[in-house]
Write a new protein. Structure first.
Lengths: 536, 256
């Protein structure tokens, strides 16, 4: 019998066991938040923006909001347990082009943005401070020189290549083997966090001040930070400000919003069709992440002092020449000042390094699955869905998401292009706005999908719970988006950033209609694919 | 060049096995067709049934050769599935007869997991009788076909304390159940349900089948349990002890 040379469909079940369990997903989400990285500057930035703002309270507000976000996504995942998350939800409920503009856009373009930034982060914010700190402890010129080298462009490019190679290997070994390695990443991240919080607490305020003065080489360096900021007219002490606290919300939001991220790989997690399982790992990680942020904030404020943190943040973020530290006031760097023990310091930085590797991995894991989903629906290149039988991964999609950032990283490093990349959190908020609308209208727009979903069991006064939760999320994310859009500190109050942000959404319109036209010429009606959820 | 597939699943399975052997590939049957090949009683009216899909297990190192073999024999691959999961599982389709061929590599992973890479040479065409029984009874949502096949296996084979093609190794089954509480839970539950099936539906060969089943249960219960087994037992059913395979129907693009 000749092998079939035409494409048609069979109905068969695979009996596949999905790869990740609830614990795997919980750790994956917590690593994706990566609080030490994403909130590295929040503890001083917040104090600079408004000394009366409370980061712990802002975190609680955000955690309440992301709780509703997590519930909404738990319901959507249970309704459509397939990889490609927002692309699948929005393309099936709203319109395919909206699915591309939101889901594919955010998981592909904006995740490549993260990949561009990660190389610089590792070099400048982890390896540089690590070796510099060790050089100070051991009075070793080579270590100091190495620390300084990590702040250079060649170092960033070298780190980029190493990071991407490690990540590609992580994709090649498969999800099950990655999950085993993930235990290690999670453990070291937790160790790092425990030390960031615990080491400063162990020496107390006076001990930390003494260490800081020794580091800077002046007996009154600590008090000078405050007095210098005051000299510029900055007020480091202010009464509690609710408005300031609300303006701070985008900072913890930038970390905790990732509570939904597993939706992009829902086809690969066990019990994705179970609302209870989804709520467990999503809401569990939400609480865990919020606790990390709040605990770190309380520890740093109680040991280092809010006045000092606010003043230090002011000097750094306004670019004052009196800012005396060799690197930005990263929270973990400030915490490491509490110790002269090279092992403790190395554990802090190693935990950041090994857990940070996951960020680049998860961006491509999500993006490649979105590209595959769009390709299966015939509205993207077929090669995007090609899976290598040798490497067991969607080779072209994965490699594209590393090669494109590799090409753009030098552009980012040598031009002012980087300022346009600050819209990532805003892009995420816009995505959530669209998906919230999908959740609100799901029961009426796709009643057959809704009725088959565990979410359909829940309603309030006859109104589907998923619609109510979607409405709450819509209000919350519109609020956060408006704060980001109107607060200069978040980098979007400038035309180039706004144009870039808009362009990343709009470019998918010609992509969708272009492929739709092309498939029609091939005799393929792409609309049929969107009448049902994708296959396994 | 591909060749025609047979309509009869057992005949087709033997064709595949013959070609695999010629190619130096270690491949063994499991599932219903394995029972059909291994048990002469399978043709008896009380045990006979129509076999749909064909399931094999092979060695991971032979993965590439197995793919080439099946495509040569006329099977169409699920390329995306095989690409993503080809370390452990391959799926092929006989388009002519609307039949699916599953190939597990090294590990059988469904509701429970069995690493079988060192157990593929006990019997000539299929898994050992003990592994066939375990893979049949590991299903949480066990159905009448599984009971019928399990009963046929028990009728055809003796019970023993070692592996051979004509005996069910009770010691091996007991060891598996003594190390993993989840496997113990599912296997013993299904063995008891098998007795119920024999007594209430099959209603033939009752004495022999019930006696053999009880002997296996006795062997499992008497086997000393590991520490991890005991710790897991304390949690019990509060935590799920099995996986659930994705059984939803899917649309599969062939050749894409």
């Amino acid at each position: 019998m000749a092998k079939s040379d035409k494409t048609y469909f069979l109905r068969k079940s695979t009996g596949l066991i999905r790869e990740w369990n609830v614990t795997d997903v919980f750790m994956y989400l917590v690593l994706t938040f990566n609080v030490p990285i994403f909130l590295a500057l929040a503890y001083t930035q917040g104090g600079w923006m408004d000394p009366g703002a409370s980061l712990p309270l802002a975190t609680i507000f955000v955690a309440i909001g992301t709780t509703f976000l997590g519930i909404m996504y738990s319901m959507l995942i249970a309704s459509m347990p397939r990889s490609g998350g927002d692309y699948v939800f929005n393309s099936r409920i709203l319109h395919p082009v909206i699915g591309m503009m939101t889901g594919v856009n955010f998981t592909v373009i904006w995740q490549m943005v993260w990949n561009i930034l990660m190389s610089q982060y590792f070099a400048n914010a982890v390896l540089g401070p690590w070796f510099t700190t060790l050089g100070v402890i051991f009075h070793n010129e080579s270590l100091l020189a190495t620390g300084a080298w990590f702040l250079t462009i060649p170092a960033i490019l070298a780190i980029m290549i190493a990071l991407y190679l490690v990540n590609i290997m992580m994709h090649v070994v498969g999800l099950r083997n990655y999950a085993k390695f993930q235990y290690l990443m999670f453990a070291f991240m937790c160790i790092s966090f425990i030390l960031i919080v615990g080491v400063p607490l162990s020496i107390g305020h006076l001990g930390w001040v003494n260490n800081f003065n020794t580091l800077v080489g002046s007996p009154d360096a600590y008090s000078k930070v405050i007095s210098t900021a005051v000299g510029y007219g900055f007020e480091p002490t202010k009464p509690f400000s609710l408005s300031g606290t609300l303006l701070l919300m985008p900072l913890p939001y930038g970390a905790l919003l990732a509570v939904y991220w597993i939706a992009e790989n829902a086809g690969e997690i066990k019990e994705a069709g179970s609302l209870k399982a989804n709520l467990t790992h999503i809401l569990g990680s939400n609480v865990f992440g919020a606790v990390i942020i709040i605990a770190t904030s309380l520890a740093l404020v109680s040991v280092i002092g809010q006045d000092f943190l606010s003043s230090l943040g002011y000097l750094f973020f306004t670019g004052k020449p009196e800012y005396m530290l060799a690197q930005p006031p990263y929270a973990y760097f400030l915490a490491s000042i509490a110790s002269n023990n090279s092992i403790i310091i190395s554990l802090i930085f190693f935990g950041l390094l090994i857990s940070g590797v996951q960020i680049s991995y998860n961006t491509v894991l999500a993006g490649s699955r979105n590209l595959m989903a769009a390709s299966f629906d015939r509205i993207f290149f077929e090669k995007a869905a090609h899976v290598s039988e040798r490497f067991h991964m969607p080779t072209y999609s994965v490699l594209a998401m590393y090669i494109i950032p590799m090409i753009l990283t030098p552009v980012y490093l040598f031009t002012g292009f980087g300022t346009m990349l600050l819209g990532a959190t805003m892009a995420n908020a816009i995505l959530f706005i669209a998906t919230s609308v999908s959740a609100i209208i799901l029961p009426w727009r796709r009643p057959e999908i809704y009725r088959a979903s565990p979410a359909s069991k829940y309603s309030v006064a006859g109104i589907p719970a998923i619609s109510i939760i979607g409405a709450i999320n819509l209000i919350f994310n519109l609020t956060v988006a408006s704060i980001i859009f109107t607060t200069p500190a978040y980098g979007l109050v400038n035309l180039p950033s706004q144009v870039f942000l808009a362009a990343t959404f709009l470019l998918w319109i010609p992509v969708y209609y272009g492929f739709r036209w092309y498939r029609a010429k091939q005799g393929i009606n792409v609309d049929l694919a969107f009448k049902e959820i994708p296959p396994e | 060049m591909s060749s025609p597939t047979h309509a009869d699943a057992v005949t087709e399975a033997m064709r595949i096995l013959e070609m695999a052997d010629e190619a130096g590939i270690t491949l063994r049957l499991l599932g219903g067709v394995a029972i059909g090949v291994s048990c002469k009683e399978s043709t008896q009216p009380e045990f006979s049934r129509v076999y749909g899909d064909i399931d094999f297990i092979g060695l991971g190192d032979d993965g590439k050769k197995i793919r080439q073999l099946l495509e040569t024999l006329g099977y169409a691959p699920n390329k995306t599935f095989n690409g993503l999961h080809g370390r452990e599982r391959l799926v092929y389709y006989d388009l002519e007869h609307n039949r699916q061929v599953d190939v597990f590599l090294n590990v059988f992973r469904m509701c429970h997991t069995f690493d079988l890479r060192n157990r593929l040479r006990i019997s000539p065409f299929a898994l050992s009788p003990a592994d066939l029984l375990l893979t049949k009874l590991q299903a949480i949502e066990i159905n009448e076909k599984d009971f019928k096949d399990a009963a046929c296996l028990l009728k055809s084979k003796n019970l023993a304390r070692k592996d051979d093609p004509n005996s069910i190794n009770v010691e091996y089954i007991s060891e598996k159940c003594a190390k993993d509480w989840g496997i113990y839970k599912t296997i013993t539950k299904n063995l008891k349900e098998l007795i119920h099936y024999v007594e209430n539906q099959l209603k033939i060969h009752q004495d022999e089948l019930v006696s053999k089943t009880n002997e296996i249960i006795k062997g499992i219960e008497e086997k000393p349990k590991t520490t991890s087994w005991k710790m897991r037992e304390r949690i019990g059913e509060r935590k799920r002890w099995y996986d659930l395979p994705e059984e939803k129907r899917e649309r599969v693009p062939i050749g894409g």
